[in-house]
Design a protein around this ligand. Structure first.
Ligand code: CA
Ligand code: CA
Length: 475
């Protein structure tokens, strides 16, 4: 046998053995009907030796976000975030967030923080939302505040920033799996917006809020569809089913929804606002992210890069290579234009008051209207009224960011019926409640003078004293 023939046989045997061992290794981690590619995708695993990985890559030039904004796409090969033009889809800056393998592993999606002073990046394998400054430097872990907590975040994917500054994060693993977790503007965990497994949620990926319907659409690979929830996070119905592995979904200007399907039949599905399928674009597969470009074409991402496709299902151009994730449209920080002022109204027991009436900048709004958009910079007067509480007044100075106002309303002790005065009518209301003639009190906390959670003779006597004392003060 010739030397070259021996070499060939040796190579062939080696190839066989490699195949057998890698087959065993991946089969042990798989569940039924799951490919190893899907397993890695579900769990955010990135091959540690990735082609093209360069931890020293990524000196970012000085770059201001232009008026039309930038499309931000994390690249989990290099642990970077790339920036693209929202009209053409062209690569603008490969290292908008320079390579940071110390703090990023499988970055999925980037958003502004609420004040638009830092960027937040969800990282699937790190189980953290990481915070970066506008120059691309790591600042700190944002959520969960204090660092990793697998009882809160594990196997996280997409995020949504609500106008009031509450951050929603999809959770697919750990003890809080199959939920959408909520965080305040400091990254403190507020509980779940979508309860675990609500509406059969399994493996959530991405969140879209639709103001026209005041609802939330959430894609999920385990439940293979898009779930629909109301503004309080209660399940309504399935928006779409039978999508084997949906990832990112986006709301188009015309109200249509586009969603990627990572697994076969992979592609972009387009639905009308009622969930009726309109189109399907399959020219690029293994899809993760999606965005409708200003030029009318569609930008999609997968494990090999960022690609522009058109509505004739043709590949126009590959814009960048890398393991590309979800696409977010980041606008320049709002300066000098207008901002959102949001009120959080609570009573002096820390309970939410959801039906207070706010007068903002001279206009009185309906009870419960707490979010004011398009507020110009400057100082604005406000008043918060609620029948059981003392009216709160104040002013807010808007400079260059959205503002959240915590309005704590003080009770009006003794005013059980909420008419603003403490008198014999309140005593009658309390007696009627005490003896069971009435089953509720308009302002229970005002009647419960000693704060022991029940209304009894002590509270009634105390109330009598309040208006007797008031009368004594009269000349
Ligand atoms: Ca009263
Ligand atoms: Ca009491």
């Amino acid at each position: 046998m010739k030397k070259s023939q021996l070499l060939l046989i040796a190579c062939f045997l080696g190839f066989l053995l490699t195949g057998v061992f890698s087959g065993i290794a991946s089969a042990s981690m798989l569940q039924d009907n799951q490919s190893d590619v899907e397993y890695q995708e579900i769990h955010g695993m990135v091959p540690q030796v990735s082609t093209g990985f360069d931890a020293t890559a990524g000196i970012r030039g000085t770059l201001d976000i232009p008026g039309e904004g930038l499309l931000m796409i994390p690249n989990s090969t290099n642990r970077t975030v790339m920036a693209f033009d929202p009209f053409s889809g062209d690569l603008v800056e490969e290292f908008f967030i320079p390579s940071d393998p110390d703090n990023l592993s499988t970055p999925i999606m980037m958003l502004w923080n609420h004040s638009q002073t830092s960027f937040l990046i969800s990282d699937q394998l790190r189980k953290l939302v990481q915070q970066y400054d506008t120059e691309g430097n790591f600042e700190q872990t944002f959520a969960p505040a204090g660092g990793e907590d697998q009882d809160i975040l594990h196997n996280i994917r997409g995020m949504y920033m609500q106008p009031d500054g509450t951050l929603l994060v999809t959770v697919a693993g750990g003890s809080n799996q199959n939920s959408v977790a909520m965080f305040d503007t400091e990254g403190e965990y507020l509980g779940n917006f979508i309860a675990n497994n609500a509406g059969g949620l399994n493996g959530p990926w991405n969140i879209v809020y639709r103001s026209d319907f005041n609802d939330y659409l959430i894609s999920a690979n385990g439940s293979s569809g898009i779930h629909r929830y109301d503004a309080d996070g209660n399940f309504i119905e399935m928006f779409a089913t039978g999508i084997s592995f949906p990832q990112q979904l986006v709301l188009l200007d015309n109200g249509n929804i586009m969603v990627t399907n990572f697994s076969s039949p992979s592609g972009v599905y387009e639905f009308d606002s009622e969930g009726n399928q309109l189109n399907y674009y399959s020219v690029v597969t293994g899809l993760r992210g999606v965005y409708e470009l200003g030029n009318g074409n569609i930008l999609v991402t997968n494990g090999s890069g960022v690609h522009e496709i058109n509505r004739n299902n043709q590949l126009v151009e590959t814009k960048a290579t890398g393991s590309a994730r979800h696409i977010s449209h980041i606008m320049p920080p709002a300066t000098g234009t207008s901002f959102i002022v949001t009120f959080s109204v609570t009573d002096d027991h820390g309970n939410d008051v959801d039906d207070a009436t706010i007068t903002f900048a001279g206009v009185t709004y309906d009870p419960g209207h707490y979010v004011f958009e398009d507020v110009e910079p400057g100082t604005h007067q406000y008043m918060v009224e609620h029948n059981c509480h003392v009216t709160a007044e104040g002013s807010v100075t808007v400079v260059n960011s959205h503002v959240l106002i915590d309005a704590e309303l003080q009770g009006n002790p003794g005013d059980a019926n909420g008419d603003g005065n403490v008198n014999v009518l309140d005593v009658i209301a309390m007696i009627n409640y005490y003896v069971g003639v009435d089953t509720d009190l308009t302002c229970f906390n005002n009647a419960d003078l000693n704060g022991d959670g029940v209304i009894n003779i002590l509270d009634i006597i105390g109330t009598v004293h309040i208006f007797e004392d008031d009368n004594d003060e009269e000349p």
